[in-house]
Design a protein around this ligand. Structure first.
Ligand SMILES: Nc1nc2c([nH]c(=O)n2[C@@H]2O[C@H](COP(=O)(O)OP(=O)(O)OP(=O)(O)O)[C@@H](O)[C@H]2O)c(=O)[nH]1
Length: 159
């Protein structure tokens, strides 16, 4: 089966030409017992500043997805996570990079949420109230909708 590629902001020129390498990203979907999931806003100074996403970041050389996720969540939101459950993988073709998002569900963590990069956070359910949502995050909301038999718009479109 061909890998589905989500093209974000399709009309903009791509950096690095047609053979750009894929950037591996580890992404954490933290789930509370009541089903709410954690979204964080992208900090000032990063691409897509202010857009809402699931916390995570790029995998460094020599790291597994799980190791990267543990490191990123301590660095970014101050929690130490328990078991990591790989969920889905998505390829997103952004103008700035071709990223491979490795979404992992996490049900247990310790420590208080602390936004170390000045982000905001919000525990959300469907439909998501915060906006704008990062293009690479939108399909995740659709997966939740499928799992939860939720019908209707999962989020407000970015204007
Ligand atoms: N963390 C995260 N990144 C996502 C999501 N969806 C999505 O498309 N991305 C993309 O994946 C890439 C992750 O990079 P990042 O900037 O968060 O990673 P990082 O913290 O290691 O960045 P740095 O290079 O500034 O240290 C970005 O291009 C971001 O736009 C998501 O839900 N969570």
């Amino acid at each position: 089966m061909a890998t589905e590629i989500l093209v974000a902001h399709g009309d903009r020129p791509r950096e690095g030409g047609p053979n750009r390498k894929q950037v591996e990203v580890a992404v954490g979907v933290l789930l509370r017992a009541d089903g709410a999931f954690l979204l964080t806003s992208r900090p000032a100074g990063k691409v897509y500043e202010g857009y809402w996403e699931f916390p995570g970041g790029k995998v460094e050389a020599g790291e597994s997805i799980e190791q990267a996720l543990r490191r990123e969540l301590i660095e970014e939101i101050g929690v130490t996570i328990g078991a990591v459950h790989p969920w889905r993988v998505e390829l997103v073709d952004y103008p700035h990079a071709l990223v491979r998002l490795n979404f992992c569900k996490v049900y247990e963590w310790s420590g208080e949420l602390h936004m170390h990069e000045g982000q905001s956070f919000s525990w959300e359910t469907l439909p998501v109230r915060v906006k704008p949502v990062l293009p690479g995050t939108v399909p995740v909301l659709a997966w939740f909708a499928q799992e939860r038999s939720f019908e209707g718009a999962t989020h407000e479109p970015a204007t």
